[in-house]
Design a protein around this ligand. Structure first.
Ligand SMILES: NC(=O)c1ccc[n+]([C@@H]2O[C@H](COP(=O)([O-])OP(=O)(O)OC[C@H]3O[C@@H](n4cnc5c(N)ncnc54)[C@H](O)[C@@H]3O)[C@@H](O)[C@H]2O)c1
Length: 266
C-alpha cells in the first residue's frame, strides 16, 4: 500500500501554492517526501508558506510567477527541470474569482458581467492553466512520463448560483482542456486530470469570503451540498496524493469531484 502511494522524491510544481487549496497540495506532498516547488504571484505570502514547510524539514522551494505571463511560467518549469533534473507532477491550481460572484442572494446576473472582470478571471483560470499545461507538457513529453493536474471546480460541471459567470465558464473550459490534452499526451506517457472541488473554507479566493465564511454563506452552501457543509482544505489531500502517485497510473482525461455530493442533488 505504501509503495502504491509513494511520492517520495517526486519533483512537483504547484501554482497558486501560497494559500488555500494549493498550499494544502504542496503541504501533503512535501510531508510525504516529494520535492515541491511552490509558485505564486503573491511573493510575500509565498515566502511565508514555503518557510512553513522548510521549517518542518520538507524539501520545498518557491518561485514567483504570474501564470498569465507565458514566459515566466516557462521560466518556472525550466528552473525546476534544471535544478532537479525534471518535473514529475504539475498542479495548475492558481485561480481567482471576482467578489460579486460570491453573493448569497443569488449570485451574478448576465447584465452585471463586467468585461474587465471577465477578462481577468479567464486570463488566470483558463489562459494561465493553458500556459502551465503547455510548459509541463514540453518537459514531460521529453521525459516520456508525467502528471498534470488542473484545479477546476464543481461549478464547471453544473450551473452554480453562488459563483460569477466568468468563473463558471473558465472552470467548464479547463475541464475540456484537460480532456483534449489527455488525448494528445496519452501517447507520451503523460496523464492529465482535473480536480473539481466543491466549496472549501480556509482559502482566500473571492477576496477572502471563503477564509472565514459568514453563517449566511455557510448556510447558502449547505443547502446546495448533500453533506450539508463546506470542506476543509485537508479534505482534498487524499485525491492529491492519489493523482501524484502510481496508484493512479491508469487514470487520465477525467474530472474528479471532491464536492460533498453536489452533483447528485437536483
Ligand atoms: N475554495 C474553494 O471553495 C474552491 C472551490 C472550487 C475550486 N477552487 C479552485 O481552487 C484553486 C485555488 O483556490 P483557493 O480557493 O485555494 O484560493 P486562494 O486564493 O487561497 O488560492 C489561490 C492562489 O492563486 C494565486 N494566484 C492568483 N492569481 C495568480 C496568478 N496570476 N499567478 C499565480 N498565482 C496566482 C493567489 O495568490 C493564491 O495564492 C483555484 O483554481 C480555485 O478556483 C476553489
Amino acid at each position: 500500500m505504501l509503495r502504491l502511494f509513494d511520492v517520495r522524491g517526486r519533483r512537483v510544481i504547484v501554482t497558486g501554492a501560497a494559500s488555500g487549496l494549493g498550499f494544502a497540495m504542496a503541504e501533503v506532498l512535501a510531508e510525504c517526501g516529494a520535492r515541491v516547488t511552490l509558485a505564486d504571484i503573491d511573493e510575500e505570502r509565498l515566502a511565508v508558506s514555503t518557510g512553513r514547510l522548510v521549517d518542518r524539514g520538507c524539501d520545498a522551494r518557491s518561485f514567483v510567477v504570474d501564470v498569465t505571463d507565458e514566459s515566466r511560467v516557462q521560466a518556472l518549469f525550466d528552473d525546476v527541470a534544471e535544478a532537479q533534473g525534471g518535473v514529475d507532477v504539475a498542479f495548475a491550481n492558481a485561480g481567482l474569482a471576482s467578489v460579486p460572484g460570491f453573493r448569497v442572494d443569488g449570485g451574478q446576473t448576465l447584465d452585471t458581467v463586467q468585461r474587465s472582470d471577465w477578462d481577468k478571471v479567464l486570463g488566470v483560470n483558463l489562459t494561465g492553466v493553458m500556459h502551465t499545461m503547455r510548459s509541463a507538457a514540453g518537459i514531460m513529453r521529453r521525459q516520456g512520463a508525467g502528471r498534470i493536474v488542473v484545479t477546476a471546480s464543481n461549478a464547471g460541471l453544473r450551473p452554480e448560483p453562488l459563483v460569477c459567470y466568468g468563473y463558471a465558464a473558465s472552470k467548464a473550459a479547463v475541464i475540456h482542456l484537460v480532456r483534449q490534452a489527455a488525448l494528445e499526451l496519452a501517447h507520451d506517457g503523460v496523464l492529465v486530470n482535473a480536480i473539481c472541488p466543491g466549496p472549501f473554507y480556509g482559502t482566500l479566493i473571492g477576496g477572502g469570503v471563503t477564509e472565514h465564511p459568514t453563517e449566511e454563506l455557510k448556510e447558502a452552501w449547505a443547502t446546495l451540498i448533500p453533506l450539508g457543509r463546506m470542506a476543509h482544505p485537508d479534505e482534498l489531500k487524499g485525491l492529491v496524493v492519489l493523482l501524484a502517485s502510481d496508484a493512479s497510473s491508469f487514470m487520465t482525461g477525467a474530472a474528479y469531484l471532491v464536492d460533498g455530493g453536489s452533483l447528485v442533488q437536483a
